[in-house]
Every structure is written in structure tokens, then in C-alpha cells.
Design a protein around this ligand. Structure first.
Ligand SMILES: [Cu+2]
Length: 131
């Protein structure tokens, strides 16, 4: 009984392979094409009382941004206004916070979202995404 089941399984696999000879290669082609369709870019931003550097980032709309954030002093936050992007940056030397963001065309203000001192409210910047 066990042997018969195994044989049936092999036959079924062979039938699937015969029925869809191009399927596997089509899937592979689609995967291979994806990076070309969605450009990616790494953006490094440093936070320090009371500024982000750089405070202006210019990118092409539709680019998948990998934003890597590092603090040069205390813990800060990084919030892109109008989006759900809001992460905490660890203190200096405690690592890098990374977040993905793919902007449409437009201007996106980002700000510190963790009370870090007297100039906290001035910690702002902008991502400008153009077509
Ligand atoms: Cu702050």
C-alpha cells in the first residue's frame, strides 16, 4: 500500500511537470525582472541634537528607499509626516535603525518623534521625490 502511494505521487508530479513546462521559467523570469522595475536606494541619515544630516534628500519617485538612521548622541525618533513610518534611533554606538519607504512624487517632511531636548521641535527635514 505504501509503495503504491509513493508511485502515484511520482506519477502526479510528472503530470504536473508535463502540463506546465513553462511555469517554472516564467516565475523565475518575473522574479529576475523585479529589481529592474523597482529601483532601490540606500539613504544614510545621522541625527544629532538638533538636526538631521542630510536634512534634504532628493530622490526619484517610486524608488524603494532603505533609510538607515544613526544617532550621534542620544536616542531620537524618525517620523515621516503623513505616513506610518515612525521608528526610534538608538543612542550613539547602539546600532542603526532601518526603515523602508517608497515615496510617490511629492515632498515629505520628516521630524524627530522622540523628545530629545530643548531643540527637539527643530529637528526636521524633507524628502523630495520627483518624477
Ligand atoms: Cu527629538
Amino acid at each position: 500500500m505504501r509503495k503504491r502511494r509513493a508511485t502515484l505521487f511520482v506519477v502526479a508530479l510528472a503530470a504536473v511537470a508535463a502540463a506546465a513546462p513553462g511555469l517554472a521559467s516564467r516565475v523565475a523570469a518575473a522574479r529576475g525582472a523585479q529589481p529592474a522595475e523597482t529601483p532601490r536606494q540606500i539613504i544614510d541619515i545621522t541625527a544629532e541634537r538638533f538636526a538631521f544630516t542630510p536634512s534634504e534628500v532628493k530622490v526619484k519617485a517610486g524608488t524603494a528607499l532603505e533609510i538607515r538612521l544613526r544617532s550621534d548622541d542620544t536616542a531620537h525618533g524618525f517620523h515621516i509626516v503623513g505616513t506610518d513610518v515612525d521608528i526610534e534611533l538608538p543612542k550613539r554606538g547602539r546600532g542603526v535603525a532601518t526603515v523602508m519607504f517608497t515615496p510617490k512624487a511629492g515632498r515629505y517632511t520628516f521630524e524627530c518623534s522622540r523628545l530629545c531636548g530643548a531643540g527637539h521641535e527643530f529637528m526636521r527635514g524633507v524628502i523630495v521625490a520627483s518624477e
